[in-house]
Design a protein around this ligand. Structure first.
Ligand SMILES: Nc1nc2c(c(=O)[nH]1)N[C@H]1C(S)=C(S)[C@@H](COP(=O)(O)OP(=O)(O)OC[C@H]3O[C@@H](n4cnc5c(=O)[nH]c(N)nc54)[C@H](O)[C@@H]3O)O[C@H]1N2
Ligand SMILES: Nc1nc2c(c(=O)[nH]1)N[C@H]1C(S)=C(S)[C@@H](COP(=O)(O)OP(=O)(O)OC[C@H]3O[C@@H](n4cnc5c(=O)[nH]c(N)nc54)[C@H](O)[C@@H]3O)O[C@H]1N2
Ligand code: SF4
Ligand SMILES: [Mo]
Length: 734
């Protein structure tokens, strides 16, 4: 019973002087805060406290679980971890509901029915792993290892990236890039030489003016950001929210700008116009750190507030006064870079570039109340042989999306369908529900149909598992170790995900699954460790970190260092020119506009509304909608419809509708929320509902799935993101 040995050893260490001494030593090694006792026992229940890392979303907060008699009874925010400060969002607290979900996958499964029929037989691990290894070996022999693609989301994917890199493929795609933060990351990288990161490096709590464009903080519940947002609001920061919908954030704002969807770039260009024309930018900062200001000034000449007013539907006077307010707070002013940025495709990178440029001329990059610069912590790698050289990823054809920073998930799907530049025959899917996450579902289903192998590593019988040949049940994040988790924040450091309880049923941690497959594929040299703990201990030793201290506190922080200019940071810009590139010669050389370009979106046809989607506080997409604990907070979804529109259509709060999109695709039924809080030209719903998988006995049939209606996308030519807010829907009473 290795697990119990671990628990009792930790309990002993926790009670004895060993942990404290080791923790103190680590603090001395890292020169951080004074040693303090962090109890490993909960005095209220006499249960054990285990510190780890959340995985209900990707913010990676530090958690502490209270464990009694092998059961997690409570999860709280770790007071030691800078991303949680002792607090969690509702989803983090409700994470217990995932570990104890009665619908959990607890045995390996082999498909017996047709793909998608959701018919499987339970098999032994040996049989399941043998099946996968055989298939992978066959694909390697027949098509080369690059014919296998990994789709992934989440920290645990690192074990499978390692396995498949050793196997010989570089086809790793995540919807969290080309369906999420891609345009933003690329735009900031082009401008500043680095992206805003995840978690985003925003000194939001100390901003004097905060501009949220779409970013719906308070519904988007990234913990630290929401805490900092509350601080900024409490301090009386000037808050401007740009959103076609009166979001939770808008309700806290001094000004809500109910913009016509898809016209944000026009507003940003007009703000730049006013700030430059009126000389309200930070002159010294612009002179010292930026390049191309003259060409920017010339390029935005035509974008007057009157022009933008016509595009955006906003008042021209308000565009001018908000521009002045944003500039007045500089450099402690922050135009939030957003996170989900694949909106309208054509100008997504340009929109994000306009945000970057606005922040740049206001000097917020590197200044208090703007973007801080984290000091990364160097961690040693566990030494393994070099990976074989893999073919370049198949996601892009020559000339396509030249600035993509990661392989495009939909591009790997395309290669699966047309075999160009080479065929993809196997999908390895970890922690991503491609059925809900990828747009143009018909293409996903067609591609799946063409595969020789589909493996899903999952905790729940989500839709993607229903299409798999083999389902490998993973232990939940409360039941396993993962690789070290870097903390890139104001205090940088490293955190540890570690087990609190035994894995449910026969589920196994990802590190074990990856290693077992590695051994079966003759890749044992890449897996010299016996188990995750010995791997982690060795990595810690090589990084001069005390593993036991890390295990006790769940996090070890580096010494405090300045992260903004006011505190002594020597600001360096990481672009090739060493300057912030307002005018992008890199874009120009590749045939794109060097300055942000606006593209007017199409209007909805008569009788149709633009379909908008977003987040709700208690859920992470479809990842948590089967979680019965979180279901107590929110167990369904409603469609936001403008009150006047609803009245015209005869819809009330008791109505149930189906959405039908421009291609005739019909949604499942969804209740209506008539509200003044949304424009008349769009409707809004929360992504992640409308599950169809039979095994999700709680979530199945609740609400509708926006993903099903995203039958069209507009692709960002710069980086290949799929703009998904280009679909229109009509409402039919159900
Ligand atoms: N609770 C919770 N929090 C989450 C997540 C979750 O699942 N649950 N997911 C996390 C992830 S992965 C991401 S990427 C982020 C996403 O969160 P954000 O990056 O904040 O999301 P947005 O894409 O901005 O989309 C939502 C908002 O944009 C508005 N909107 C729609 N169209 C337009 C438009 O044309 N212009 C403007 N200005 N606004 C528009 C919508 O009304 C909505 O308020 O959230 C993260 N946080
Ligand atoms: N239509 C539409 N499409 C979207 C979005 C949208 O708002 N609307 N949002 C986009 C955005 S911003 C993003 S980031 C992506 C995210 O979409 P995905 O990449 O699919 O990510 P999640 O929804 O977080 O993860 C989904 C799967 O991970 C499984 N899972 C949970 N925990 C674990 C674990 O510990 N181990 C394993 N192996 N599996 C686990 C869950 O059961 C679930 O099936 O979707 C994008 N696609
Ligand atoms: S923001 Fe919430 S769900 Fe995400 S890691 Fe933090 S506590 Fe977990
Ligand atoms: Mo995302």
């Amino acid at each position: 019973m290795p697990r119990q040995a671990t628990l009792s050893r930790r309990r002993l260490l926790g009670l004895g002087a060993g942990t404290l001494a080791a923790a103190a030593a680590a603090r001395i090694a890292f020169g951080s805060r004074a040693a303090a006792a962090h109890p490993a026992v909960d005095p209220a229940t006499d249960g054990e406290i285990v510190r780890s890392v959340c995985e209900v979303c990707f913010w990676k907060c530090g958690i502490q679980g209270h464990v009694k008699d092998g059961v997690v009874t409570k999860i709280q925010g770790s007071p030691l971890h800078p991303l949680s400060n002792g607090k969690l969002c509702p989803r983090g607290v409700g994470g217990i509901g995932q570990a104890y979900d009665p619908d959990r996958l607890v045995r390996p499964l082999l498909r017996t029915g047709a793909r998608g029929e959701d018919r499987f037989e339970p098999v032994s691990w040996d049989e399941a792993l043998g099946f996968v290894a055989d298939k992978l070996d066959t694909i390697r022999k027949q098509h080369g290892p690059e014919a296998v693609a990994l789709f992934n989301h989440g920290a645990g994917a690192s074990w499978f990236k390692h396995l498949l890199s050793a196997y010989g493929t570089a086809n790793f795609g995540a919807p969290s890039f080309a369906q999420c933060r891609g345009p933003r990351d690329v735009a900031f990288d082009l401008t500043f030489g680095s992206d805003p990161g995840s978690p985003e490096v925003l000194d939001l709590g100390r901003s004097d003016c905060l501009v949220l464009i779409g970013s719906h903080l308070g519904e988007n519940m990234h913990n630290t950001q929401v805490q900092d947002f509350a601080d900024a609001v409490a301090r009386g920061a000037d808050l401007i929210v740009v959103d076609p919908r009166f979001s939770t954030a808008a309700s806290k704002a001094r000004t809500w700008l109910p913009i016509r969807p898809g016209t944000d770039t026009a507003l940003l260009l007009a703000w730049l116009h006013v700030i430059v024309k009126e000389g309200r930018y930070q002159r010294d900062y612009v002179a010292a750190y930026t390049k191309g200001f003259e060409r920017l000034a010339a390029g935005i000449e035509a974008y007057t507030p009157a022009w933008a007013a016509a595009e955006t539907g906003l008042d021209a006077g308000l565009i001018v006064t908000t521009a002045r307010r944003i500039a007045a707070a500089a450099p402690a002013t922050l135009v939030h870079p957003g996170r989900h940025a694949t909106w309208y495709g054509a100008d997504d990178t340009h929109r994000a570039r306009a945000v970057a440029i606005l922040n740049a001329i206001l000097g917020s990059w590197g200044h208090r109340g703007g973007f801080f610069r984290p000091r990364g912590l160097k961690l040693a790698k566990y030494p393994v042989p070099a990976y074989p050289k893999a073919k370049p990823p198949a996601d892009r054809l020559p000339g396509e999306a030249p600035f993509a920073l990661e392989p495009l998930a939909q591009g790997l799907r395309r290669a699966t369908l047309d075999g160009k530049p080479y065929p993809i025959k196997g999908w390895f899917v970890y922690g991503t529900n491609l059925i809900q996450a990828l747009p143009e579902r018909e293409l996903t289903l067609k591609a799946i149909d063409a595969l020789d192998l589909l493996v899903a590593v999952e905790v729940l019988p989500a839709e993607i598992a229903g299409y798999a040949d083999v389902v490998l049940p993973e232990a939940s994040y409360l039941e396993r170790y993962d690789d070290l988790v870097p903390v890139a924040w104001k205090r940088s450091g490293v955190a540890l995900r570690q087990p609190m309880i035994e894995p449910a049923g026969e589920s196994k941690p990802g590190w074990w699954i990856a290693r077992e497959l590695g051994l079966r594929l003759d890749l044992g040299a890449y897996f010299p460790w016996q188990d995750a703990e010995s791997y982690l201990r060795e990595r810690c030793r090589l990084s001069k970190l005390d593993f036991d201290a890390l295990a006790a506190d769940g996090v070890v922080l580096a010494p405090e260092a300045p992260t903004v200019v006011e505190d002594g940071l020597a600001l360096g810009i990481e672009t090739e020119s060493g300057k912030i590139e307002l005018y992008s010669e890199r874009l120009e050389k590749a045939g794109f506009s060097a300055l942000p370009e606006y593209r007017r979106p199409a209007d909805p046809p008569p009788g149709y509304f633009r379909l908008l989607y977003g987040r709700a506080p208690a859920h992470t997409f479809g990842r948590t909608t089967n979680n019965r604990l979180l279901g107590e907070l929110a167990h369904h979804d409603k469609l936001w419809v403008n009150a006047k529109v609803a009245a015209d259509l005869g819809l009330t709060r008791d109505s149930v509708v189906r959405l039908v999109n421009q291609d005739g695709k019909e949604s499942q039924p969804i209740g209506v929320k008539p509200t003044e809080r949304i424009r008349a030209d769009c409707v809004y719903m929360v992504h992640g509902w409308g599950h169809t998988a039979t095994g999700l006995r709680y979530a199945r049939g609740r609400g509708a799935d926006d993903g099903e209606l995203v039958t069209r996308v507009e692709v960002d030519p710069v980086m290949g993101g799929t703009g998904m807010r280009v679909n229109f829907v009509a409402l039919r009473e159900a």
